[in-house]
Design a protein around this ligand. Structure first.
Ligand SMILES: [Zn+2]
Length: 251
């Protein structure tokens, strides 16, 4: 069953009048499961971690088509990942329905300095807080899957988000993400932001899996681009296996 980002990508491709060729991307045949060339396919190691939290990706127009898009990785790992194409002039009714679904507590993940102070929160109730019969709603992290300029526009021009709390992240780790160099130390890729949200929600296994899986994707992507073989016993794959073994111990 294709996930939400895969479906959005297929819909966006169907609307394209000419085949999308990513600048700097490879133009060879791609695996439908991971978007990599078949020789570098990573579908065999795709992790899925049970989690109480969900992710709602609001994606800029061509974002689902970019071979480096990491919202795709979030959808691989987190079962309750929703993805919507963002447009200023129209809003998908399914998005509005999701945002008012009482099982979820949505948070708009965005730097607090851009929001009214009374909307800004720095933390979310952890899963463990809800264990004792509490009826706390499940956190739903709304992430802008877009460039920084697009994300600011989306944040300003989505009135249906105005009533929601803004979760402002305080990232301490420096990005290891090398595929896109935004020139800003504080600009993280989407799967890194999702990992930080999961950490705040007390979902450490998901956080670690997202981090390790991003490193594996980065490895496969760069190896494919440079026409080098995948190092299945290299550091990235070892880390992903470690994280998965840890998860099984806890479970
Ligand atoms: Zn694949």
């Amino acid at each position: 069953m294709p996930h939400a980002v895969s479906l959005l990508r297929a819909a966006r491709l169907a609307r394209s009048t000419k085949p999308f060729l990513a600048r700097g991307g490879f133009k060879r045949e791609r695996c439908a499961g991971c978007r990599l060339v078949p020789s570098h396919c990573m579908c065999a190691v795709r992790p899925s971690v049970p989690t109480r939290a969900g992710v709602c990706l609001l994606m800029a127009d061509i974002e689902p088509l970019k071979p480096t898009n990491t919202g795709w990785l979030v959808a691989d790992v987190v079962a309750d990942t929703f993805a919507f194409g963002w447009a200023r002039t129209e809003t998908d009714p399914a998005l509005l329905a999701l945002l008012s679904d009482p099982q979820w507590q949505p948070y708009v993940v965005f730097p607090g300095q851009y929001a009214a102070p009374e909307r800004v929160v720095m933390s979310v109730p952890a899963s463990s807080d809800a264990a004792g019969g509490d009826v706390a709603r499940r956190p739903l992290f709304i992430l802008f899957d877009a460039t920084w300029a697009e994300a600011r526009k989306m944040f300003r021009r989505s009135p249906y988000l105005d009533r929601l709390p803004v979760l402002s992240l305080q990232p301490e780790q420096v990005t290891q993400y090398r595929l896109r160099n935004s020139g800003r130390d504080d600009h993280f890729c989407t799967s890194e932001v999702a990992a930080m949200c999961m950490s705040l929600a007390g979902e450490q296994a998901v956080e670690q899996t997202l981090e390790a899986y991003l490193a594996v994707f980065t490895h496969h992507y760069l190896r494919a681009k440079n026409q080098q073989p995948v190092a299945w016993d290299g550091a990235a794959h070892q880390r992903l296996r470690e994280v998965s073994a840890l998860r099984e111990q806890v479970a």
